[in-house]
Design a protein around this ligand. Structure first.
Ligand code: GLN
Length: 482
């Protein structure tokens, strides 16, 4: 049953081949047996999952036909889940039991999915390797000496290891696409505003976007359309109904114009990864797509602009963790200043502190114009460059990451080297565009991701293209030996 697609699982549940309780038990047993090698879960909600599965079975008996009813998934621990710890990978929120659920979680719950628990992540979603989690590093299921990518590393590893059918994630600068590439799964970050940010712990509010990891584009489409849609509780939510991402997924991509970004095949890109991505692009060509060379010269400005803007917003968002209202509080403070200082010193890890310091610096008087304002101008130029290209092409393509999954601790002493693993992903967030990563052919037993970037609100075209590729190839069906 672990190799079934969501549609196959749903049919099996409906025909009584197995019950949702049996399915959930099977996954919980896998988590117990396999996750000690991976450390992808922070919290396993076994009792709640079994109760929800019993409820799903009752609804199935009554003929309820929601396609997601009884399907076991997991949530990145950045999404608030009513009554369940929501740690954001930080000591600061280790004791935080969310009093409500994020809109994206509620929508998935209402559709009948069953959460098996909360998945690990870099602390406050800052990182590209899932090594900064307070709960320890997550291991890549393809090679446990390597990182799963970050920040949604727990979600990607759990989906790749088949510990859940699918998992939520968030992507501020690449945190869905990069771990999807490193773990060999399909991960989509929709257009900014497509999925509500209500109840999603804020890192950089103008960049953060929720999305999904699954083992196929078809499964991802089913889940993403369920999570999406306008939410009056999020003022940046797009005022449009949830898109239908599944019904057109079988349409041909013949004639589709795909722009291949020259700058993405730069010297940072490992040769074998370049070859694997070219092979995947050649498959799209066989399916009738037309590849066009394009240039995005401003892309090289994305990393510096991203780290200025993301850190600035993080420094403001993380000011709320003061040891007073909720979260970690230092013992026996002598006065208010001591309470603030020690609570934050003890509650936050090194990378989070680095971002807060950078963010307050670039926002401070005298430096604001030179850094923050400048970065906002660059952001506009990057967006405009994409808008121009989308007059000529339907999609934009390239690698998701410059290398395959790197070894643990490879970049721990060099934050800039770590930041550079996002060179092909951050521009998309600055522009607010949708993008996904799908597996291409592996290199030395490690997955490679093909990145596809769409115009605003073009999630359907992205998923259709990915699905057509997956109908013609079996790269997404490869799985690690565990
Ligand atoms: N790796 C990037 C960072 O550290 C992106 C993180 C993300 O998308 N959440 O900020």
């Amino acid at each position: 049953m672990i190799d079934y697609s969501i549609t196959e699982l749903s049919n099996a549940l409906r025909s009584g081949k197995f019950s949702s309780v049996e399915l959930v038990q099977h996954y919980l047993q896998r988590i117990e047996a396999i996750d000690p090698q991976l450390n992808s879960f922070i919290t396993i909600t076994e009792q709640q999952a079994l109760a929800a599965a019993a409820n799903a079975d009752a609804l199935l008996q009554q003929g309820n036909d929601s396609p997601l009813l009884g399907i076991p998934i997991g949530h990145k621990d950045i999404f608030c889940t009513d009554g369940v710890r929501t740690s954001c990978g930080s000591k600061m929120l280790d004791n935080f039991i969310a009093p409500y659920s994020a809109t994206a979680v509620s929508k998935l719950n209402d559709a009948g999915t069953i959460s098996l628990g909360k998945l690990s992540m870099d602390e406050f979603a800052m990182g590209s390797s899932n090594e900064t989690s307070f709960y320890g590093a997550v291991n890549n299921p393809w090679d446990t000496e390597r990182v799963p990518g970050g920040s949604s590393g727990g979600s990607a590893a759990a989906v790749a290891a088949k510990l859940v059918v699918a998992a939520t994630g968030t992507d501020t600068g690449g945190s869905i696409r990069q771990p999807a590439a490193f773990c060999g799964v399909t991960g989509i970050k929709p257009t900014y505003g497509r999925v509500s940010r209500y109840g999603m712990v804020a890192f950089s509010s103008s960049l953060d976007q929720g999305g999904i990891f699954a083992r196929s584009a078809e499964d991802a489409a089913l889940l993403l359309q369920t999570m999406s849609g306008h939410d009056p509780l999020d003022s940046t939510s797009i005022d449009q109904p949830a898109p239908d991402l599944t019904s057109g997924i079988n349409q041909s991509i013949a004639g589709l114009r795909i722009g291949v970004v020259k700058e993405f095949f730069s010297e940072e890109l490992a040769g074998q990864v370049a070859t694997a991505v070219q092979t995947a692009l050649a498959e799209l060509e066989k399916l009738g797509a037309v590849l066009v060379d394009i240039s995005l010269p401003k892309n090289k400005l994305a990393i510096p602009a991203y780290y200025v803007i993301a850190s600035a917003e993080a420094s403001a968002n993380l000011a709320r963790y003061d040891g007073v209202r909720y979260g970690h509080r230092a013992d026996d403070p002598v006065d208010l200043e001591d309470l603030y200082k020690r609570s934050r010193t003890e509650g936050f890890g090194t990378e989070v502190k680095r971002r807060i310091l950078t963010g307050t610096f670039v926002l401070s008087s005298g430096y604001y114009d030179a850094y923050y304002l400048q970065a906002q101008k660059v952001r506009r130029l990057i967006r405009d460059e994409f808008v121009e290209q989308f007059k000529e092409v339907d999609l934009i393509a390239g690698p998701t990451t410059p290398t395959t999954a790197f070894k643990k601790r490879a970049h721990s002493d060099d934050p800039v080297a770590m930041y550079l693993s996002d060179i092909y992903t951050t521009a998309v967030n600055l522009a607010g565009l949708p993008a996904l990563s799908v597996p291409g052919p592996a290199v030395d037993g490690l997955p490679v991701g093909l990145q596809l970037i769409g115009n605003f609100l073009q999630e359907n075209l992205l998923l259709r293209t990915a699905h057509q590729l997956q109908q013609a190839t079996d790269w997404h069906l490869q799985s690690p030996d565990l």
